[in-house]
Design a protein around this ligand. Structure first.
Ligand code: AMP
Length: 273
């Protein structure tokens, strides 16, 4: 739906709160292209595995509300778990195939929870546009597929990754890290930058690009001999829409990495040119 200024009426920015500059960039993008901006804040239990950090996920509602408003949000939607999942709730949205790749392979059920809650938010807010970060690149693939399959009218807008000055992609989970882990975490963004640079120089073979990223992780581990090593979850070069591995990188190919730094799981990626 559009108003007289031809701007779409409603922009939605779904979040789990603990807002940072990455979320702020989504809210600003929404505010610049939509008449009304709603930010949802909901720590969605169904996207956490049984041994994941649902209980200790950071919650900071008052600060989140202030940040969302100062970036241009007109409404905050912060439902309770019971509001989104009424007693006995047993309806889920499952995007088959995609939901078992990349993060979905190591977090079974995660994307089922994401697709379900985003569908519920879309039904509740009926947004013309919804804004998501490229940081969660596999999530974008799952949600694009879901909106296409269900023929939802909401346009998915993807915003660039916001980083700390040293390269670390902002994440609410960065707060979990000790100073040593914070230093070790740079392996992810360094690997991403290395692969981007090699691809720009003409190296398009997945095998070589992935090997180069592994070398970055190996170097990062040897720089901290006393600390537990950063554990790679996956390093992958995939088609961004199918999340299937590719052998040769093309423009638009997704390079994605996930790794455990101590107890914290971090992700990063780049869309190669
Ligand atoms: P979350 O609160 O972690 O569920 O994230 C809410 C939205 O913010 C998702 O669409 C994320 O992809 C996006 N987001 C999280 N971190 C960043 C970042 N560093 N840069 C841009 N977007 C981000």
């Amino acid at each position: 739906m559009e108003d007289a200024s031809n701007k779409p009426l409603i922009g939605l920015v779904p979040t789990m709160g603990a807002l940072h500059a990455g979320h702020a960039s989504l809210i600003r993008a929404a505010a610049s292209s939509c008449r009304h901006v709603a930010v949802s804040i909901f720590v969605n239990p169904t996207q956490f595995g049984p041994h994941e950090d649902y209980a200790r996920y950071p919650r900071s509602f008052e600060a989140d509300r202030a940040l969302a408003q100062s970036e241009g949000a007109h409404a905050i939607f912060a439902p309770s778990v019971e509001e989104l999942y009424p007693a006995g709730a047993s309806t889920f949205v499952e995007v088959e195939g995609l939901s078992t790749r990349l993060d979905g392979a190591s977090r079974p059920g995660h994307f089922r929870g994401v697709a379900t809650v985003v569908a519920k938010l879309f039904i509740a807010a009926e947004p013309d546009r919804a804004f998501f970060g490229q940081k969660d690149a596999a999530q974008v693939s799952v949600l694009r597929r879901m909106t296409a399959d269900l023929r939802l009218a909401t346009e998915i807008v993807v915003c660039p990754i916001v980083r700390d000055p040293d390269g670390l992609a902002l994440s609410s989970r960065n707060a979990y890290m000790s100073p040593v882990e914070r230093a070790q975490s740079l392996a992810l963004s360094r690997a991403v930058r290395r692969v981007e640079a090699l691809a720009a120089q003409g190296e398009r073979r997945a095998e070589a690009l992935i090997a180069a990223a592994r070398e970055v992780f190996a170097a990062a581990s040897s720089a901290f001999p006393a600390a537990p090593t950063v554990r790679i979850d996956f390093i992958a070069l995939v088609d961004w829409s199918t999340l299937e591995p590719v052998e040769i990188a093309a423009p638009g190919t997704l390079f994605a990495v996930a790794a455990w730094v101590g107890p914290t799981r971090l992700i990063d990626n780049a869309i190669l040119r």
